[in-house]
Write a protein that binds this ligand. Sequence first.
Ligand code: SAM
Length: 213
Amino acid sequence: MSSPRSRVEVGPAVAQHYDFFMNVILLGYYPHLIRKVINKMDLQPELSILDFGSGTGRNDCLMARKIGPEGHIMGLDISKEMLNLSRKRCHAYPNIEFREQRIEMPLAYQEKFDRVFTSFVLHGFEDTQKIGIVNNAYNALKPGGVLCIFDYNEFDLERLWFPIRRAFIRGECQLASEFLKLDLKKMLSSQGFTTFKEELFLGKHLRLLKATK
Ligand SMILES: C[S@@+](CC[C@H](N)C(=O)[O-])C[C@H]1O[C@@H](n2cnc3c(N)ncnc32)[C@H](O)[C@@H]1O
């Protein structure tokens, strides 16, 4: 069940226009940003990737170019609209598949993937659910595999320029504000992840956190 404090589950109308919203919010910078993020994921041909909350499939098509036809991507999402959009968008890549699946519920995958990727999803879950998601990622990764979380970095909301702070509070859910204060590395360590690397974007407000199993 999704938390009433979350907005990470999107309705049909938002799903249809999700990519457009992201482009507008970041003043057209989003496509460039997500390419930069994916470039930092150390992807090579033949890797297998599990994407938690795969959305419109935009990120999966970009990752597919890096891993080539011998690689494999599995995107999990619970929105039927998002799943339709992503299947249409990625139809040219037979090595990408999408499944309807709640990512906070126990998953069947054991040591199957080289990467677990999740972008702008984790902040929208209660801490107990986050632990379930991180645990699912840990189990799904092969030894030495990497969990790549692209989301808000830890920062002080009070220090943001007032109009941006207001937009964040109005546009984002309560859980997102709390996520800014979460020691994510500590949570990941508690679930068995050992080594961490981070790449920061947009004035250090966004982070790609890479945690190795
Ligand atoms: C903010 S969007 C991010 C989409 C994509 N990762 C991106 O960066 O473009 C959040 C996505 O997570 C999905 N989602 C929300 N709750 C979920 C859950 N419990 N299990 C699986 N997917 C979920 C939503 O349907 C939506 O596609």
